[in-house]
Each structure stands twice: as structure tokens, then as C-alpha cells.
Design a protein around this ligand. Structure first.
Ligand code: PLP
Length: 819
């Protein structure tokens, strides 16, 4: 979005206090996740549970100067206010206006199960053909839907949005804001049924979303099928109805035996029949695939293309997560929600595993008003069919019906009681299904049952990363763009995970070193512009195919790349980035080449998106004079080139330390790398940043070494007194250089430093913990984070932080935390 305060006030009938001409591009509603304060307004949302107004002072502290609120707080100075009658209605009204003026092709998804999976699948299949905007996560409520819609911008051609309701009469409000041209009604289950008089009422409420849809795809279970044709269709006769489902009466269905794995799946699409290869054969996945096929056919995809798209689907986070457990168990964790349908799905899922014995943890089913006896009769029938070895029931309600369950059955009031009973940790060689309502927090059982293969982890704190980005932004003009350098697997931390997070937080550009890195990001759904710093000669076709933007640093590259553009049939001006050599002597065009370069650029069909250079020593104060020279050359040569080509590309020259040390030379964009990970050479700046990376492990064993005894290979440590030694499971194969053994380096335990003793082994090393009280086996050891810091660790290794990070072996599991 992109509106002035004045426009917003007119659209929504709100009152303005302050500057009406300020522009708003983002509306933030959660004070903890504010990516950028520029053009951002904070909306204090009031619901009956919570008031966002209590966060107004903290967002003002963060630098926000536009507040949307139901009340005006005059004590804050220099703040621009949009005063609204009702914050939620304001959001809905603005979203409606924004959606209606966008002229976007749109898909609206509602139903009880499968909304998010289908939204993600559709997105993965369609974004390449149509620039697509979708609801983040499952933002589908009275507040989530408007926030999702406000993300639409001019570049989008298609919007895929989820819509969720839990009460009667909610859909009308949502339909008023969002009227999808293509409707998708997924499986209807019993979630929220308690709030409705009948299942029929619930279905009819959901169908209201599709009042103005041209086409409605719906999961044609018998009841929905009948209701759609009897009640919906006479009212909204201009909608084309298409049903899908495994049952043959549907327009899109399956006519082969899905259990026969020697046969491809044979699809019936109206009168057409065709085969697809699909590995996952459970009914839920296949039904979702049918919906996907319907919509892709609607976009006129050929059957070959549909097969291709299905092959490319990432196995979307299925709600059911299966993990390796202790004692050779498999743990299937579905502690997300619980109703009869999701229980059926989960039970069906169990049969996909080759384990003869199984156990079940099941909690009260909440929110059902009907007769409890009937409910648990049905539940116990389903469960008894599966012949569980043991069944653990948690909750007062379900416990009353324990005699209905035929397996060995135990009852508990709450999850803690089950943990304390120690029953679970005795189970061996079984599949254990955890199925519970969220309130019971049975995911805690997963932590107990999970086999911890990864004692050693590299933990990446995404909140800290965001903090660091925001800190650097705070030094810049609000209009300066930012490119995040995610080359070399994002400095070893995982380029997809970091890029996805940054994309969500509206980073302007991403930078990678090689084409493969860019391709990987595109394949996984990253749509932000990506610059490839070192496009190799054989990869130009791929650059174009995946919509990547090359750095052009020499005539050779320019000519070869342009040849590839022409061959590809690309008919618009291809975006490229011109690198100028200013003193680093790595890559780039030199002074004397600029004339010829501008002539070439003017002759061919490319668009110079940016002109840039790189500073060799922006982190070294004593090289200030040299850096100034580089900056002067950049200013002079980029200005010259711009004059010659006659338009203004983005200019950028600063890396992280450039941002802090040469802020005046920010031009239109900066390129952040190590700074977002919390590193700086300067202690005043370092203090403002948060460490992002934590390399951790746990103690495998503690031994007492007597006077004269030795530790490790070659006996390089010999105790001169009785010494407590701990062994930890990381070694040089994990990326710890062997040269920091023998008391050169230390690791952290409970805020103390423990020196590494003897030689570092391939997979282990030993540390001296003599001076540290209360250390036990299994305790956490920090290889670096705070103490020692990444920087101190790099000093042990006599290298720079960059090399430490990129040397950590891929076998170390990366985990990402954010709240
Ligand atoms: C890696 C890289 C950066 C980022 O450098 P940091 O020092 O990590 O901020 C910026 N620009 C270019 C061209 C790079 O290759």
C-alpha cells in the first residue's frame, strides 16, 4: 500500500492530528515486530481481550511517528495521529478500499481443514507465472485478513487469501472486504461447530464468502454437495460450481485404486481422464491435490505442467510432524488442535508407518456442546479400531469415559501428571501419537520423547537479526534501500531461512555470490529481487530463467550475458547491475572503460538497475584516506556514467562497516552483511547490536584426571594436579580449527571460560573445568555466543568472524528461533 494520511482519513472517515501529507506504506500492529519505522504507522488494535494502546509509548520510542488509535494521547510530542472510532473497523474499511482498487485476480479459501496447505501449494504453483501476494501464515481472521490484504502492491497480479470464521455472521463482514473471483471451500469438519446451531448453518455461513465468485471449487462430501446445489446454487446462479473429492460423483475425482502403488493415480476431470505420479497416497493429501488440479486447470495449465508443479511442491509443513523418538520409537506430534476429523486424519496417518505396536496420548475434545457420551462413543470406536497397545487419556472429561477404551488405558488430570508417571519413557519400539487440544500443551511430551540427535547446534536468533537490521536502518535516511548479503549460505547460517525471514520483513534486495544460490532461493519461493555478484559464464541462461539480476563487471560478461538474453527471447529490458572498480582490484569497470561502456549500454536492451562499488577497508580507521579516495572515484565515475546513460539507477557502495563509518555516502541503497549478525569492529556500535549466532553443545562425560596422567592424542596435556576434565562432542570436523587446542582457545560454561586441553580430535575435544563449580554431564557448553563471543573465538583462531562462520561444518544442525 502507499497512501498519504489524508487519503487514509478520507477513505475511512477518520480524524487527523498532525501532518496530513506523510506517506504510509506499512501498518504494524505488533509492537515487537516492527521492521522499519519509515513510512510505517502503528495501529493500536482494541479487541475485547486486549488493547494495543498500551504499546504506543514503546513504538514511539522505537521511532514510529504515525499512530492510528481510538484515543489521542497529547503527552507524546511530534506524533501524527489518525483517530478512529473503532480500530478493527478502520482496518477492515481500509483493506476493502485497497483490495477493491487493486484489480487483482483473487483466490479466496475457506473451510475447516487444509486452508493453509492449499494456500501454500497454490502459491508455490502459481507465483512463477503470476506475481502473487498471499496471507502470511494463517492470517485469516477479522484482523488477519485485512492486514493480509494491505500487503497488496502494484506489482501483484494474483492474491491468495485464507478466510477463517468461528462464529455466526462473521463471514458477511469478511466478504464485504474481500470478494474472491475464484472460491475454494476445503474440507468442513467439526471445528467451531459448537458455536453454530447445526453443521448446515456452519457450511452456509462459510459459503457466504463466495457470493460474487465466478467459480467455486468445493470439497464435495455428500452433505456439502447437497447444500451447495440445493441452497447456494439457486441464490448465486452465475457462479460456476466445480466439486472435487475421492467420491466419483464429483467433477474432479480419482478413478484408480489409490492403495495400488504400482499404478499411477488416474484423475477424472469432468470427461477427461489422465494419470499423475503422486507419492503421498493418504486420502487427505490426495483430496487436496484434486483441489489444486482444479484451480491449475482453471488457469489453463496443461497436464504436463500440472505434473511438473506437483513434483516441485515442497512437502508443505503437514500438520502432522513425525520425529525419531528415544528407544526406537516414532513420535507423531499433532498437538496443534483436536476435533473428530483431525483425529480421524491422524489415525489414518499412523497406518503409513511400519510399526506393529502403537500408543496414543489423547486429551479432552474441547468446544463440543453435543452429548458427551455420544462424542466419546465415537472417539473410542475410532480408537479401538486401531488396536493401540496403551492409551493415555488426559483431562477430566475424557477420563470419565475411560472404560470405553479397550486397550490398556490410563487417565490423568493434566499433562504434568502423565510426565510424572514415567509411563511414556518406558515405551519401546512403537509409534506414539500425541493428539491433543492446544490448551493441554502436550507438545511438552514431544520434548521428552524426542531422540536428541543434535546435541551440537548452531542456533540463529532471528529476533536479534531483525534488531541489528533495524539498528543499521536507524542510522540511514528513511528512503535508503537495503540489500542483505546472503551469499555463501548466508555466511554459513542458511540462506533460505534467513532470506525468507528478511523477505517477510520487506528487505529490498538480496545478494548472493553464485547463480546456484539464487536458484535455490527462487525454488523455495523467495520473490525479492536477487543480485548475483559473480555470475559464471555457463550459467547465464539460468540467471534469466530464474529472474535473477547479474552483476556486470567487464565487457566480456556484458557481451556474453546479452547474447544469452537475446537467445532466451526475453523481450523487455533485462535488469543488470554495473560494478565499478574503485581501488579494491577485484572486479569492475575502470575509469578508461566508461565511455565505451555507456555506448554499449545505450545500444542494447538492458536496464541498469544499479551502479555500485565495494570498499576494501571501511572497517579500518587508519585507511580512512584510502577509503575516501575510493568514495571519490565512485562519486565521479558513477555520476559520469549516469550522465551518459541518461537515467538514474540506484547507487550503492557501503557494506556493514561502511554504514556505520561512512553514513554520508549511503546513496540510494546499502549492502548489509556481517552487521546483521551483530558484529562490528567498533565497541560503541557493537554495544548496540545483539549476537545472532550461538554455537552450543553439551558435555558428554566428565572425568577426574590424576596428577601425571595425560589427555587426548599425543599426550599434549599432562595434569600436574588432580584435574576435572569434560569431553564435548565437537571437533575439527565441525569447523573448530585444530590450532586452538592446547589452551589457545576456551569455551563457555555457566558464564565461565573453560580452556581446551590437549589436541582437538575429529569429533570431540576435552576442556578443563577444574575451576568451575557444579558442572554436570549433559550441561550446556557455549562454543561462542556471549562468552566467549564470536569475535573472541575468531581471535583464538587468528582469523576474522566471517571465516569462523563460513567454516562451521554443514553437519552441525542449524536451528532458528524467533518469538
Ligand atoms: C559480502 C559483501 C558485502 C557485505 O559485507 P559485510 O562486511 O559483511 O557487511 C557487501 N558488498 C559486497 C559486494 C559483498 O560481497
Amino acid at each position: 500500500m502507499n497512501y498519504t494520511i489524508k487519503q487514509i482519513a478520507e477513505i475511512t472517515n477518520a480524524k487527523v492530528i498532525g501532518d496530513k501529507n506523510l506517506i504510509i506504506k506499512n501498518i504494524a500492529f505488533d509492537s515487537r515486530i516492527i521492521y522499519s519505522t519509515r513510512n510505517t504507522a502503528f495501529i493500536a488494535i482494541n479487541t475485547n481481550k486486549n488493547s494495543g494502546e498500551k504499546f504506543i509509548d514503546s513504538v514511539i520510542d522505537r521511532g514510529i511517528n504515525i499512530i492510528i488509535s481510538e484515543h489521542h494521547y497529547p503527552q507524546f510530542e511530534n506524533i501524527n495521529w489518525i483517530i478512529v472510532k473503532n480500530s478493527v473497523e478502520f482496518l477492515q474499511k481500509l483493506a476493502q478500499y485497497h483490495f477493491e482498487s487493486s484489480h487483482l485476480q483473487s483466490i479466496g479459501i475457506t473451510g475447516s481443514n487444509g486452508k493453509t496447505i492449499l494456500k501454500e501449494w497454490l502459491y508455490q504453483c502459481l507465483w512463477n507465472e503470476f506475481p502473487t501476494v498471499k496471507s502470511p501464515k494463517s492470517f485469516n481472521s477479522q484482523i488477519g485478513l485485512p492486514l493480509s490484504l494491505l500487503q497488496i502492491n502494484d506489482s501483484h497480479k494474483l492474491g491468495i487469501f485464507e478466510v477463517g470464521i468461528s462464529m455466526p455472521n462473521e463471514m458477511e463482514k469478511l466478504e464485504n472486504i474481500f470478494h474472491p473471483k475464484i472460491g475454494l471451500l476445503t474440507h468442513i469438519g467439526t471445528a467451531h461447530l459448537a458455536n453454530f446451531q447445526s453443521e448446515e448453518e456452519l457450511i452456509l455461513e462459510k459459503l457466504k464468502l463466495f457470493k460474487d465468485s465466478d467459480t467455486l471449487f468445493f470439497n464435495g462430501t455428500e452433505q456439502v454437495y447437497n447444500l451447495v446445489y440445493k441452497t447456494y446454487s439457486p441464490k448465486y446462479s452465475k457462479t460456476t460450481l466445480i466439486s472435487y473429492g475421492l467420491d466419483n460423483v464429483n467433477n474432479i475425482s480419482i478413478i484408480s485404486d489409490i492403495r495400488d502403488r504400482n499404478q499411477d493415480i488416474k484423475i477424472k476431470y469432468f470427461h477427461e481422464e489422465f494419470s499423475l505420479k503422486i507419492n503421498q497416497r493418504d486420502e487427505v493429501t490426495l483430496t487436496n491435490v484434486l483441489a489444486l488440479i482444479g484451480i491449475l486447470k482453471n488457469f489453463e495449465f496443461s497436464n504436463e505442467k500440472i505434473q511438473y508443479k506437483i513434483d516441485q511442491l515442497r512437502s508443505v509443513e503437514m500438520r502432522l510432524e513425525s520425529i525419531e523418538g528415544i528407544k526406537n520409537n516414532i513420535v507423531v506430534n499433532d498437538s496443534f488442535n483436536l476435533d473428530l476429523d483431525s483425529l480421524k486424519t491422524a489415525l489414518q496417518f499412523l497406518n503409513e508407518y511400519q510399526k506393529s505396536k502403537k500408543s496414543l496420548v489423547l486429551t479432552d475434545i474441547l468446544g463440543v456442546n453435543s452429548n458427551l457420551k455420544e462424542l466419546y462413543d465415537e472417539v473410542s470406536d475410532l480408537v479401538n479400531e486401531q488396536k493401540f497397545d496403551s492409551v493415555f487419556l488426559i483431562g477430566n472429561e475424557i477420563s470419565k469415559f475411560s472404560e470405553l477404551f479397550k486397550s490398556k488405558t490410563y487417565t490423568f488430570i493434566n499433562t504434568q501428571e502423565l510426565i510424572d508417571s514415567k509411563h511414556l519413557i518406558e515405551i519401546e519400539n512403537q509409534i506414539i501419537l500425541l493428539k491433543g487440544a492446544r490448551k493441554f500443551e502436550i507438545e511438552r511430551l514431544k520434548d521428552i520423547l524426542e531422540l536428541r540427535k543434535h546435541d551440537t547446534v548452531l542456533e540463529i536468533n532471528l529476533n536479534a537479526l531483525l534488531h541489528n537490521i533495524n539498528y543499521h536502518k536507524s542510522l540511514l535516511k528513511p528512503t535508503t534501500k537495503m540489500m542483505a548479503m546472503v551469499k555463501a549460505n548466508s555466511y554459513g547460517l542458511g540462506s533460505f531461512e534467513i532470506s525468507e525471514f528478511l523477505q517477510h520483513h520487506h528487505i529490498d534486495y538480496l545478494g548472493v555470490a553464485f547463480v546456484d544460490e539464487g536458484v535455490e532461493l527462487r525454488k523455495k519461493g523467495i520473490t525479492v529481487p536477487i543480485v548475483v555478484m559473480n555470475p559464471e559464464q555457463h550459467s547465464y541462461e539460468t540467471v534469466i530463467q530464474y529472474n535473477l539480476e547479474p552483476e556486470i563487471y567487464s565487457f566480456r560478461v556484458l557481451e556474453l550475458f546479452y547474447e544469452a538474453v537475446q537467445k532466451s527471447g526475453y523481450d523487455k529490458k533485462y535488469p543488470i547491475h554495473i560494478k565499478l572498480e574503485t581501488g579494491m582490484h577485484r572486479l569492475g569497470f575502470k575509469d578508461h572503460e566508461l565511455d565505451e561502456l555507456s555506448k554499449k549500454l545505450n545500444k542494447i536492451n538492458v536496464k541498469v538497475k544499479s551502479i555500485f562499488s565495494h570498499l576494501s577497508s571501511s572497517d579500518i580507521p587508519s585507511e580512512n584516506e584510502f577509503t575516501s579516495k575510493q568514495l571519490n572515484i565512485f562519486e565521479k565515475n558513477s555520476t559520469y556514467l549516469i550522465e551518459k546513460i541518461g537515467y538514474f539507477p540506484i547507487r550503492h557502495v557501503l557494506n556493514s562497516s561502511g554504514i556505520t563509518n561512512y553514513t554520508n555516502h549511503q546513496y540510494d541503497m546499502v549492502r548489509i552483511g556481517i552487521g546483521m549478525l551483530g558484529e562490528s569492529q567498533y565497541s560503541e556500535i557493537k554495544k548496540q547490536l545483539q549476537p545472532v549466532v550461538s554455537f552450543k553443545t553439551v558435555i558428554s562425560q566428565i572425568s577426574l584426571v590424576e596428577n601425571g596422567e595425560s589427555v587426548g592424542y599425543s599426550r599434549r596435556f599432562k595434569a600436574d594436579k588432580p584435574t576435572k576434565i569434560a569431553t564435548i562432542p565437537v571437533g575439527y570436523a565441525d569447523g573448530i580449527p585444530r590450532l586452538i587446542g592446547n589452551e589457545v582457545g576456551s569455551v563457555g560454561i555457566n558464564k565461565n571460560l573453560a580452556p581446551i586441553v590437549g589436541s582437538i580430535c575429529m569429533d570431540m575435544m576435552m576442556i578443563n573445568i577444574n575451576h568451575i563449580p557444579n558442572v554436570k554431564e549433559g550441561d550446556i557448553v557455549t562454543i561462542f555466543n556471549a562468552k566467549p563471543s564470536l569475535r573472541e573465538f575468531a581471535d583464538y583462531c587468528k582469523t576474522i568472524t566471517y571465516e569462523v562462520l563460513t567454516s562451521i561444518s554443514p553437519r552441525v544442525k542449524r536451528i532458528y528461533v524467533k518469538d
